[in-house]
Design a protein around this ligand. Structure first.
Ligand code: PMP
Length: 423
């Protein structure tokens, strides 16, 4: 656990920051839900690969062959990590946002999409060209399933349909009833895609066992660096869709037609949606993170994280002015992502004070989930908040929130310092 999960040392050491109270401490980056620090093991694997750097799928040269093997073996590692079925495809993308936009571009004609208003914008917005049904925020997991059941029962039963749902909320950390939602979707002839951006780093994920059709996640939240993501799942819609990007690598055969035009035969494998030279390092880093997490074992990661979740929640509960945001209530299972507001404080000022005075980095804002945060703050839905820092005078109701998030490698001291600072 220790060797696999140490946070990224910057220039060989943690970033030290002076405290206003005197002395220096290692900066406590408690913003894993935005981007988690890449594991040392991932950087080591990437550095070990550097001498073999070559283009993939492009040449007979030794380095090119090695790179191609690393790239394709990484695909197999990710498929194994996700528990993919034999006929699933693993497509490498730039991020969760990119993966969901790819799927949105691959929807069959007349596809209806069902999505809760509580989703992150990455899973809320890509479907705008489809026939989208936005579902109201449920207040219990059972209500989420009922709401979906009702909406699907009322749909045109003959056309294709897709449900998009987040596995763990990037705002409340709460787990959504994915298995039950998948069963409801399938019972009504719909498909389901799981936004696993916040679930994958905190929980073992098994696409076949959850019975979801696709899973999307980002490397930079799964302890790998920025720039790579995954869309994995059913091959059929992906195979028959127009390539996400047109270009080399996606095309199997290109020829001039007699009339002067160009004919293209596209690949039917994942390569169809991976045109251009791929992010081999990013892909290799994701596979390395998948292996590290599997070897470390999710049981011990989850147990440790849940201990930290309890510590933060208990600490915050002792402060009268703090209100923790929750959709499903106190007993809902959750990952290490907790958002709250503090009476009498503008959340942005509060987060700035945590950073400047205590060396603690948290996020403030609406977390790219505006409708959800507005519901949780019970603020006016017409209120034009922004992702950054909507203005609220000290003492006024907060228009945004503060989010603390953590995971593998978070020392107890960081969490204890956070609780002490809030108090
Ligand atoms: N979905 C959820 C639940 C997220 O938390 C995020 C990132 N905050 C995304 C999607 C988008 O991920 P990315 O920015 O890596 O595309």
């Amino acid at each position: 656990d220790q060797t696999v999960c140490t946070p990224l040392p910057v220039l060989g050491r943690d970033v030290l920051v002076p405290l206003v109270t005197g002395g220096e401490v290692a900066y406590a980056a408690l913003d894993y839900a935005a981007s988690a620090p890449a594991l040392q093991r991932v950087w080591d694997d990437v550095a070990a690969y550097a001498p073999y750097y070559g283009s993939v799928h492009r040449g007979a040269g030794y380095l090119s062959q090695l790179s191609t093997d690393l790239f394709e073996n990484s695909r197999a590692t990710v498929a194994e990590f996700l528990g993919c079925r034999d006929d699933d495809q693993v497509v490498f993308t730039r991020s969760t946002t990119d993966s969901l936009n790819l799927l949105a571009a691959a929807l069959p004609a007349d596809c209806q999409v069902f999505v809760f208003e509580t989703e992150h914008h990455a899973s809320l917005l890509p479907w705008r060209d489809a026939r989208v049904n936005f579902l109201n925020a449920p207040r219990t997991p059972a209500q989420a399933v009922e709401t979906l059941e009702r909406a699907l029962a009322a749909r045109d039963p003959y056309g294709p349909a897709l449900v998009c749902v987040t596995g763990a909320s990037n705002v409340t950390g709460e787990l959504w009833p994915v298995r039950e939602l998948a069963a409801a979707a399938h019972a009504h002839g719909a498909r389901i895609v799981l936004d696993a951006a916040q679930l994958a780093p905190h929980h073992p994920l098994d696409i076949a066992e959850l019975d979801v059709d696709w899973v999307a996640f980002s490397g930079h939240k799964l302890y790998a660096p920025f720039g790579s993501g995954v869309l994995a799942g059913r091959a059929d819609w992906l195979r028959s869709a127009e390539p996400y990007l047109a270009g080399g690598g996606a095309s199997r055969k290109v020829s001039r037609r007699g009339d002067g035009g160009v004919d293209v035969e596209w690949h039917t494998t994942a390569a169809r949606h991976e045109a251009g030279s791929p992010n081999v390092i990013g892909v290799y880093a994701i596979a390395s993170a998948c292996k590290a997490l599997t070897e470390a074992g999710f049981d011990s990661l989850v147990e440790r994280e849940q201990r930290l979740v309890a510590k933060v929640r208990e600490g915050l509960a002792e402060v009268d002015a703090v209100r923790v945001l929750s959709l499903f209530g106190d007993d809902a299972p959750r990952v290490g992502v907790i958002s709250f507001v503090v009476d009498g404080w503008n959340s942005s000022h509060f987060a700035a004070a945590l950073s400047a005075e205590y060396g603690i980095g948290v996020r403030d804002g609406l977390f790219c989930a505006h409708p959800l945060v507005r519901t949780l703050l019970a603020s006016d839905p017409q209120d034009p908040g922004e992702c950054g820092a909507p203005e609220a005078e000290p003492g006024e109701r907060s228009l945004n929130a503060i989010r603390v998030s953590f995971g593998a490698g978070t020392p107890d001291e960081h969490v204890e310092r956070f609780v002490g600072a809030v108090k």
